[in-house]
Design a protein around this ligand. Structure first.
Ligand code: FES
Ligand code: FES
Length: 155
């Protein structure tokens, strides 16, 4: 049995340590915010925070997260910070098909937590592991800049 923290609560699992974290989150804990896109660490749709750092849940075996603090979009979306960030995404027109957005929001959250006032280049770097096929990224960059101006970096 292994214990870790999931969206602020201690949880445990008997799943095999080689299981991918994305599968554990979606299948055992019914947290369907992280999406499977490439399954190879290339697209970022499965992004989560592990001890406040952005990670691809498709690449992590659950044996590696014992005792860790995992935050998924399902938990983050209940925070005040998310509400501000989400309003900024809407204001900037940064949500089109929406497929990339859960991962983009987690990348935004991780970036702003570490760097509350990023430059445009730093924003682009912060979301460089997250692919969006719709927006051309400029509107997402604008949304994160708006959120930074509203203090979203402060957890
Ligand atoms: S599904 Fe994990 S990076 Fe693409
Ligand atoms: S909004 Fe469609 S993939 Fe980003």
């Amino acid at each position: 049995m292994m214990k870790f923290y999931l969206n602020g609560k201690e949880v445990e699992t008997q799943a095999p340590s080689t299981m991918r974290l994305i599968d554990l989150l979606r299948d055992e804990f019914q947290l369907i915010g992280p999406k499977e896109g490439c399954g190879e660490g290339e697209c970022g749709t499965c992004s989560i925070l592990v001890n406040d750092l952005l990670e691809n849940s498709c690449l992590i075996p659950i044996g590696a997260i014992e005792g860790a603090e995992i935050i998924t979009i399902d938990g983050y979306c209940k925070t005040e910070q998310f509400q501000i960030l989400s309003d900024c995404y809407s204001e900037a027109g940064a949500v089109q098909c929406g497929y990339c957005i859960p991962g983009m929001v987690m990348a935004s959250a991780a970036l702003l937590a570490q760097n509350p006032h990023p430059t445009e280049d730093e924003i682009r770097e912060g979301i460089s592991g997250n692919l969006c096929r719709c927006t051309g990224y400029n509107m997402i960059v604008d949304a994160i800049g708006l959120a930074a101006n509203k203090g979203v970096g402060l957890w």
